[in-house]
Ligand binder design. Structure first.
Ligand code: RIB
Length: 277
């Protein structure tokens, strides 16, 4: 069983289904509302666990949320290291218009510190096949986690979302970047490989220039599609698949996820093949 370590933000995602997005000063009534646990890193952890990997997740929440979130992680088969903080749990307001377009605002809330990586997650990073990181945690956390990973020979897949300037030390440690097109432009030249996600067009491998197309689907809600893509890519690479085959599988999973509303109900589960006797 492959081992994936994920570090990231975790919090509440509040979905508001709107007929269209606001103009300045406008009030719009939502036709639907939905709450679930979310966060790019958390979504990636759920998606990787649903692919059959052994997943360890490090995240921070307000103390009262440790128990309920821990119970959810246990149900998903995720080995969660949840750090209780005095600040409120993160929260994202996600507006969706039913066509796959979204507007997301994230309050980062309870944040990890670099010390949290060493205190309760060192071994999980050091023994992982792949470490999944993203920009929804302080860079000090990613710097410490990536240092442990490199010392232990663990590959790092880094989703540079949301875009922000990155330390050169971090850039030198990452084997594979997975930006969207905007984030790719912000990322610039980096030593590792880059797989840029292109939404319904699939993804592009920077070193070869090849575009790997995604299956055509009717998009309903694209929230979390990138997280599903990252998780499936990491699991397949950890299983030894080549980058191109891993991209094909990641595209298919992300395409499946946008066909349904919200994230938790739409993150796909890998079919459990029962080989004929
Ligand atoms: O990538 C989608 C995620 O980004 C949502 O779950 C929301 O919480 C934001 O963190």
């Amino acid at each position: 069983m492959t081992r994936i370590a994920v570090i990231g933000l975790v919090g509440r995602s509040l979905f508001f289904e709107v007929p269209r997005f606001h103009s300045g000063g406008e009030t719009i009534h939502a036709s639907g509302i939905h709450e679930e646990w979310g966060g790019k890193g958390f979504n990636q952890a759920v998606a990787a666990a649903r692919q059959g990997a052994q997943v360890a997740f490090l995240g921070a929440v307000a103390a009262p949320d440790v128990k309920p979130l821990g119970e959810f992680c246990a149900k998903e088969g995720i080995r969660a290291a949840l750090v209780a903080k005095k600040t409120p749990t993160a929260c994202a307001a996600i507006m969706t218009d039913g066509t796959g377009e979204t507007r997301v605002t994230v309050y980062p809330g309870a944040e990890l510190d670099a010390e949290d990586v060493d205190k309760g997650f060192y071994e999980k990073v050091a023994t992982a096949d792949i470490l999944l990181l993203n920009n929804e945690v302080p860079e000090t956390v990613n710097l410490r986690a990536s240092e442990i990973a490199v010392e232990s020979g663990v590959r790092i897949v880094f989703n540079p979302a949301p875009a922000r300037p990155l330390a050169d030390a971090l850039k030198d440690r990452v084997a594979l970047w997975t930006p969207n097109e905007f984030e790719e432009a912000e990322l610039g030249d980096v030593p590792g490989e880059v797989v840029a996600t292109l939404g319904k067009k699939g993804c592009r491998i920077r070193s070869t220039g090849e575009v790997i197309p995604a299956p055509a689907v009717q998009s309903v809600d694209s929230t979390g599609a990138g997280d599903t893509f990252n998780a499936v890519l990491a699991v397949r690479l950890a299983e030894g698949e080549c980058l191109r085959d891993a991209c094909i599988a990641a595209n298919a999973a992300a395409a499946q996820s946008v066909a349904f509303k919200y994230v938790m109900p739409s993150v796909p589960r890998r079919p459990r093949l029962r080989l004929a006797k």
